[in-house]
Structures are given as structure tokens and as C-alpha cells.
Design a protein. Sequence first.
Length: 225
Amino acid sequence: PCGHRPGRAGTLPCGERYKIVFFCLDTACVMIFTAEYLLRLFAAPDRCKFVRSVMSIIDVVAILPYYIGLGITDNDDVSGAFVTLRVFRVFRIFKFSRHSQGLRILGYTLKSCASELGFLVFSLAMAIIIFATVMFYAEKNVDGTNFTSIPAAFWYTIVTMTTLGYGDMVPETIAGKIVGGVCSLSGVLVIALPVPVIVSNFSRIYHQNQRADKRKAQRKARLAR
């Protein structure tokens, strides 16, 4: 079975045990994706616009690592760079957005809420820096503290503001606990502020798509008569 080395200690990854099978599957998928991309490029009315589109770039980024991998040698430096490049293969999942109305609506919603999301990221970044700085100075004199620097306190601040609370870093001083409590409450407020706008935009775009689909179905029904 996967993960077991027969007669030897340790484990064998599935990717190594069934390397040929995975390579064949990967090759088949890449061939299909490549053929699809070339056909869509050939049929596009404006090829320059098509090549510059977001989905076209995602397609290229998802396909390219396979062809680069075929020509890469066993050089350690090159192999290390290729391992990083192979991560981009995960972008293939975005190809499903062309066939999923829900994913398209989500994409349109995020695009229409760019300013609200920018405000959220900016507010969180400012709050994280402020609370991490205060937490570091509140806890730096404690023996064996995990708050060894302001960047080290970023992790605690992020986990606290997003209400995850892993518990791997906890304040021990009274001042640190007060700062942690305020940090948690601030995170809830900051994250909650843009949520109603995002939900409202999602609902508006969803109903617009529903009405467009309904009109399209009605036109097809009239043409079929």
C-alpha cells in the first residue's frame, strides 16, 4: 500500500510508488488542457485580448510547469527552482470557474468588493502591527517568553484577531492579557465591518444572474415555438 516500504523502515510517498501512473495521468490532462487552450486561441476573435485575459494567463501558468519539467536536468539548483514552479499547477482548479456559475458569481462579487476588501486588508495590517508592537513591549521582560520580537508577535496577533486562538503563544502579564482581549475584540469588529457590503453585492449579482438566465430560457422557449 501507499506509504509503506516492503521489508524496510520508513514510508514511501504515493507519488514515488506509482510514479508512472501519475505521470501518465498528468500527461493526459496536460494534453487535453493544451489542446483546449490552442483551440480557444485559434477561435478567439481578438487573440491579443484573449492572451492577456486572466483565465488565459491562469491556463498558461497551469500548463507550463509540465513542459518545463520535461526539459529539466537533475541539477540540484534547477530542480529546486522547479519544485517551486510546480506549485503553480494548482491553478488548474480555476479552470472550473468557466463551468461553474457559483464560482463566477463569487469572482464577480470579489471584483465588485475590491475597495471593501482593500479596506479590510489595510485595517487588519495596521491593527496587527500596532497590537504586535504593544504585546512585545508588554511581554518582553517575562522569562522564556515567546514574544521575542515584534515580528514574532505578529503570529499571536493574527491568530487572535481572526479568533482562531491556537494557544501556542499566550500572554502572561496582566498588561499582555488586557492587550490580547482588546486585540480579539478589535479583530471581530474590523472583520465584521465590510461583511454586510460583501453579502449585499453577492446577493445583487446572484439575482442579476438568475434574471439573466430566466430571460435566456424565455428567449429559447419563444424560438422553439
